[in-house]
Every structure is written in C-alpha cells, then in structure tokens.
Design a protein around this ligand. Structure first.
Ligand code: C2E
Ligand code: MG
Ligand code: MG
Ligand code: MG
Length: 280
C-alpha cells in the first residue's frame, strides 16, 4: 500500500516536473524569438537628487511585450535569460537602446543600465559598451552601470580591472540592491564604485523600525568615508523621503517620483538642476 502510494507520488512529481520543464522550454523559445523580433522594451524610471529635488536621470528597466501574455516584468524572465545565456544579446539590446534614448535627452540627465554578472564573463563586454557609446554619441559620463554584489564574489580580480577600465572612460559605477547579498563590507573598499543603491527592503521598514534608520545611517557614513554617494531605492511615500534626506542620502528613486514608463511617456521638460548643467 505504502509502496503504491509512493509510486503515485512519483508519477505526480514527474508530471509536475515535465510540465514545468515544458513551460520553461516554451518560455525560452519565446524569449529567443522576442529578442529577434524586437518584442523587448526599455522603460525608464527617474531618480532624483535629494539635495534639491531635481531629476538627475533615469534607470533603464527591460520589459517583454509578449504577443499573448502582455507586458511581462523582468523578474519573470531575467533569471531564465541568465541560465540560457540569452541575457547577453538581451543586455546588449538594453544597453544600446538606453544609450540611444539618453543621447536625445537634455545633457544634464544620466541613464543607468543594469548589467548581469553573466555579461561580465563575456570577453567583448568592454567593446560592446564602447560601441554603444560611440554609435549613440552619448558622453560616457552620462552612463551609469549598475551591478550587484555577486559580480564581486566571482572573478574578483578580473572584474576589478574591468571596472577600472570603465571608470577610466568616465562611466559611473553603482552597486545595486545593496544589503541583499552576502558580500562583506570590505568588498566596498576594494572596488571602485561611485554609488551604492540601498535595496528597497530597507526603505520599506523605515518609518516604523528604528533599526532600519540605523542601518541606513551607517551605510551613509561608510559611503561618505569611501567617497561614494548613496541612492535609496523604492521610495514610495514623502515620509520615507523626508526621513531618508535627514539620514543624508544623496539620491532617491521610487514610485513617489515616478514608475518606469516607455520612453515616449517620460517628461523631459522638467528643469534640470543648474549646478549639474554647469558641471557637464
Ligand atoms: P533593480 O535594478 O533593483 O530595479 C529596481 C526595481 O524596483 C524595478 O523593478 C522597479 O520598477 C522597482 N521599483 C522602483 N521603485 C519602486 C517602488 O517605489 N516600490 C516598489 N515596490 N518597487 C519599485 P523591475 O523593473 O521589475 O525590475 C526588477 C529587476 O530586474 C531589476 O531590479 C533588475 O535587477 C532586473 N532588471 C531589469 N532590467 C534589467 C536589464 O536590462 N538587465 C538586467 N541584467 N537586469 C534587469
Ligand atoms: Mg538597478
Ligand atoms: Mg535595485
Ligand atoms: Mg536588482
């Protein structure tokens, strides 16, 4: 009896597994087509200079316009793209699109592009970035590249050298989702970041958990000591924004200022901070 129950269990398990595998294969095939048929879209979310409330730039965030399933958010396909290697052409598409779009914006505005750790393993990533800048005409200091802590753990020495080359071009480097990974604080001192983006999970608890304030203020202190700036991600309320400003963050991003939107819908007329214009 128990044996047959066990077998049934296995059958169900197998069927669930193969259904999942099939769904995955379909999705992979669809994603491959999506890249070829230009069904990917780049949306833009503003980030603000917390010192004066002016918009400083936009983060490029990919979406998949699926013919049957509608607009699919990146959380549902980036991992698959990474597992299958499709992140390489996908990432190049986003980078090129973002540079080309930003080149048409007022020159005080930056564009931030997320790069996957998988892209860092490609020997020609540097050339791909240079080509995207050259073909778009975007000045390198207007491009910011966001990477996550996992890039620092693997191939640390190679990635460090690579980051130095990017910085040498004038590209800015941001450490994304800070606080969610496993890397120690010492990684921060070892890599040439310009900016730390504090993950939105810390912002969420801010107004009712004193501990979150303590964490954020230590990150701010640390960043200042290392000559890096700090962005708060996922700012949704003005209470959060006010608290974050009091804690000394430099930039803020979140639904309070705007959701990611297609390029045609972003408002470029908003005045750009004058000191940034002078600096450019
Ligand atoms: P991320 O780089 O940390 O981007 C910020 C995410 O937070 C975005 O989700 C954004 O829509 C969301 N967000 C912004 N403000 C708020 C807020 O106030 N509240 C809440 N709850 N969420 C907010 P999205 O667009 O779904 O992207 C998810 C992740 O997918 C990104 O996280 C990034 O890791 C990845 N991703 C997106 N585009 C690309 C890409 O082109 N290449 C790579 N490699 N990864 C990408
Ligand atoms: Mg990001
Ligand atoms: Mg993030
Ligand atoms: Mg992320």
């Amino acid at each position: 009896r128990s044996k047959s129950a066990g077998r049934n269990c296995f059958t169900i398990y197998d069927e669930a597994m193969s259904a999942e595998l099939e769904a995955r294969n379909t999705l992979e095939g669809d994603l491959r087509d999506a890249i070829a048929r230009c069904q990917l879209e780049v949306h833009y979310q503003p980030f603000m200079d917390a010192n004066n409330g002016a918009r400083r730039g936009f983060e490029a965030l990919v979406r998949w316009r699926h013919p049957a399933r509608g607009l699919i958010p990146p959380d549902q396909f980036i991992a698959l793209a990474e597992e299958t290697g499709l992140i390489v052409p996908l990432g190049e598409f986003v980078l090129r699109r973002a540079c080309a779009d930003a080149a048409t914006w007022p020159s005080g505005l930056m564009v931030a592009v997320n790069l996957s750790p998988i892209q860092f393993k490609e020997a020609d990533l540097f050339d791909v970035i240079c080509a995207a800048l050259r073909d778009s005409g975007l000045a390198p200091h207007r491009l910011e590249i966001e990477i996550t802590e996992s890039v620092l753990l693997e191939r640390g020495a190679e990635n460090h050298a690579f980051m130095e080359r990017l910085k040498h071009l004038g590209i800015e480097l941001a450490l994304d989702d800070f606080g969610t990974g496993y890397s120690s604080l010492s990684y921060l001192t070892a890599f040439p970041f310009d900016k730390i983006k504090i993950d939105k999970s810390f912002i969420r608890n801010l107004t009712h958990q004193p501990r979150s304030s303590a964490i954020i203020s230590s990150i701010v202190t640390l960043a200042r000591g290392l000559d890096m700036s700090v962005t708060a991600e996922g700012v949704e309320t003005s209470e959060e924004y006010e608290r974050l400003k009091a804690l000394g963050i430099n930039f803020a991003q979140g639904y309070l200022f705007g959701r990611p939107q297609p390029v045609g819908q972003i408002d470029l007329d908003e005045p750009v901070q004058s000191s940034q214009r002078d600096a450019a």
